[in-house]
Design a protein around this ligand. Structure first.
Ligand code: PRP
Length: 196
């Protein structure tokens, strides 16, 4: 895991692109993302070399990380996706989420890798893991690209974190603000003037 220092000076060359309008600064560069993802892929290659794991991506934010992670791996994998959504702020705090799209695959007896873009409060992952464990997979490993440094977050299973980041609103590399910014090739911090 790489700990991101929020005071670090980042590449700002790309901030003039149309897709980068409203961004305050780059938090994690493409090079840093590539390096960490290569390391995670190598670890997963070693862990699952005798198996064919099922990678489960949590839509929508995880698509960029999941795509780059699986193509960096050299063992055969299968993939599937789940889409879940909270009912709103009140139910989110209680951890109740709604399944918008369930898995296509059965996971009983299988080795499963859950791929998340970010763990914030931990509620989404907590609910998801409870649901998946009830289906009796052989084992579950959780890989999250980002984890916020948040003392009050739920202590939920995360086996591998790419980057621990400050508790800021981050976008890019799959993460959105109001549906925008998912196609940025880096993780960035949004200028507060955009959402205030
Ligand atoms: C984000 C992210 C995680 C979740 C993390 O999803 O992809 O699934 O929030 O937050 P938590 O730890 O506080 O539960 P979001 O609901 O924003 O949907 P999206 O992936 O479609 O953007």
């Amino acid at each position: 895991m790489t700990v991101i220092d929020e005071t670090a000076i980042r590449e700002d060359r790309l901030l003039t692109e149309p897709r980068a309008r409203g961004i305050a600064r780059i938090l994690i560069s493409e090079q840093e993302l590539d390096g960490e993802i290569a390391a995670i892929a190598a670890e997963l290659d070693a862990e699952y070399r005798d198996d064919q794991p099922l990678m489960i991506g949590v839509l929508t934010g995880a698509v960029v990380f999941m795509s780059n992670l699986m193509t960096a791996m050299t063992i055969p994998v299968q993939i599937d996706f789940m889409a879940i959504s909270s009912y709103g702020a009140a139910t989110r705090s209680s951890g109740v989420v709604r399944i918008l799209k369930d898995l296509n695959e059965e996971i009983e007896g299988r080795r499963v890798i859950v791929v998340e873009d970010i763990v914030d409060s931990g509620l989404t992952l907590q609910y998801l893991l409870e649901m998946l464990k009830a289906r009796q997979p052989k084992d579950i490993r959780v890989v999250a690209l980002l984890k916020k440094d948040k003392p009050d977050a739920i202590d939920v299973q995360v086996d591998r974190v790419g980057f621990q980041i400050p508790d800021e609103f981050v976008i890019g590399y799959g993460l959105d603000y109001a549906g925008q910014y998912r196609n940025l090739p880096y993780v960035a911090v949004l200028d507060p003037s955009v959402y205030r």
